[in-house]
Design a protein around this ligand. Sequence first.
Ligand code: CLF
Ligand code: SF4
Length: 518
Amino acid sequence: MQELANRPVVKLTTLEPTGAVMQKIAEEKGCGTKGGSGKASCGSGAGQNDLAPEIWEKVKNHPCYSEEAHHHYARMHVAVAPACNIQCNYCNRKYDCANESRPGVVSEKLTPEQAAKKVLAVASTIPQMTVLGIAGPGDPLANPEKTFKTFELIMKTAPDIKLCLSTNGLMLPDHVETIKSFNVDHVTITINMIDPEIGAKIYPWVFYKHKRYTGVEAAKLLTGRQLLGLEMLTANGILCKVNSVMIPGVNDKHLAEVNRAVKSRGAFLHNIMPLISAPEHGTVFGLTGQRGPSAQELKALQDSCEGEMNMMRHCRQCRADAVGLLGEDRSAEFTTEKIMEMDVNYDLDTRKAYQQKVEVERQATVAAKQAELETLAGERSDIKILVAVATKGGGRVNEHFGHAKEFQVYELSTAGAKFVGHRRVDLYCQGGFGEEDSLETTIRAINDCTAVFVAKLGGCPKDTLKKAGIEPVDKYALAFIEQSAIAYFKEYLDKVKSGEIDHVVRGDAAIRQGALVA
Ligand code: CLF
Ligand code: SF4
């Protein structure tokens, strides 16, 4: 602890990109523009061979910072930070909403002591839980005492768990030293704009040093503090991810500029997320009918920014009390009432042994993908297709169609299989019978996909999917996703070449907005 507290903190005072310094930081992180392509070599899809060893060590078990890790490792959030110091037009902090998965929603607020107990309970039940994040329901740095007290308790009782923080960035420059002293290696800043005129359409007010700012003045203050905080963190060797909410007609065209600005300041990863906006959320954007992007609009923006920097595409826009693998939510198993009755046995050796087994499975996934990729060697084709996959984790096709709450989407090409997103859906299976309305929303959600891989599905959804032009595929049940996807693509190409099928360019798909029907 003393040793950590003595680590020097680099302070920056300029808001301008710091050129050579930032480039060096970026290069040390594998994020630079080496190779002349301008393409960053870090990011969500990057594996062990793409990153410097010290960076790989930091990201390898973090489900948000490594796409590969998110199939195998879990995170949890503790809702210890209720207050916020700004207002975003897409936010409404809600309590007791079991069916909603979006930031700001929680079922119960916790004290730091309750949070520390919860972490031990989860860590002993879910040994692959490697990261504890504080992400609300307000802003962690608008509640610094509660946030840092929680980190302090967890550092003492569960030293193998990585600490993570997600903030709007307003108070970040004031807390870099403390963040560093608690060994918080991963910080996310939500940056939706660097142009205050655009910011004024997203943030009605900002509360800073006992004064309320509005309009352009508020946005100017916020963007200055966010970029300064980012510079200070990266200069101190802390991995930073930037989250941006894509709001069509407001900041969608501007986010490429944001991408360049955060890259030049050493951000490790950029996560552009769709606006979630429905009237029932009670947000300004929900009530004014501001729409979110379609699946293809989001992908096009992420693709265009990927030329500059690798993009996170597996974000699930988690609740502030989420628990489990990204895409599953086990928070209901860990209410304060249930934790009190639990027999908590936090054992470091048991956790390590379990994680070693997870690593063996993970290596097998990677090896199977590599082997399958060789079958595409020498193939020449511009064809790209998307496939949706029903999975409950482990990198395998292991979920029934009717039980899927989301589908993972992979883009297949001669370069292999690339994770490009996920689509939330309503449960089709409603206790023994199929829900036709859910099937329609599922088809809308994966309408841009050529096929859907499932562990099992019934005759009725099979026929409806086929009619919609989506091929249901259950022959890869329990197999590795990427290996299966590459094998499917090879067959697809062969069929197109032989004239057995025509390649069809699929249309757009809808991103789920409302609460889940579960
Ligand atoms: Fe939580 Fe955020 Fe840490 Fe992850 S979530 S504080 S970096 S541990 Fe992850 Fe959830 Fe997306 Fe956040 S999927 S909302 S990016
Ligand atoms: Fe909500 Fe977070 Fe925005 Fe605060 S910073 S208003 S908690 S989304």
